[in-house]
Design a protein. Structure first.
Length: 99
């Protein structure tokens, strides 16, 4: 997970406002622990507001942009490949639920 960055760092960009069940401006909680591409663990109980997402097809890179505190922004990097976080992305609604 990359950040924190000042509010507006990513939210001012043209991000996709939805990804699967995630919708920009809504608050989510991690209900099943997972590890992102940077090897950071997202524990059960971690909450954040979803800002948006972007996808880089040449690397199968999915970035979720979130705010943990309403004042700063973070980037959660995932890679949509079976040997990386593919299974997590495919079942993201099992890992993260709307509060």
């Amino acid at each position: 997970m990359y950040g924190p960055e000042q509010k507006g760092q990513w939210s001012k960009l043209s991000l996709k406002k939805n990804h699967g069940h995630l919708a920009a401006g809504r608050k989510y909680i991690v209900v099943s622990e997972f590890q992102d591409f940077d090897k950071d663990v997202h524990p059960v109980g971690e909450t954040w507001t979803f800002i948006g997402s972007s996808f880089l097809p040449y690397d199968d890179g999915l970035s979720l942009f979130v705010s943990l505190d309403g004042e700063h922004e973070w980037q959660i990097r995932l890679q949509w490949r079976p040997e990386e976080q593919g299974a997590i992305i495919d079942a993201l609604e099992s890992y993260v639920k709307e509060v």
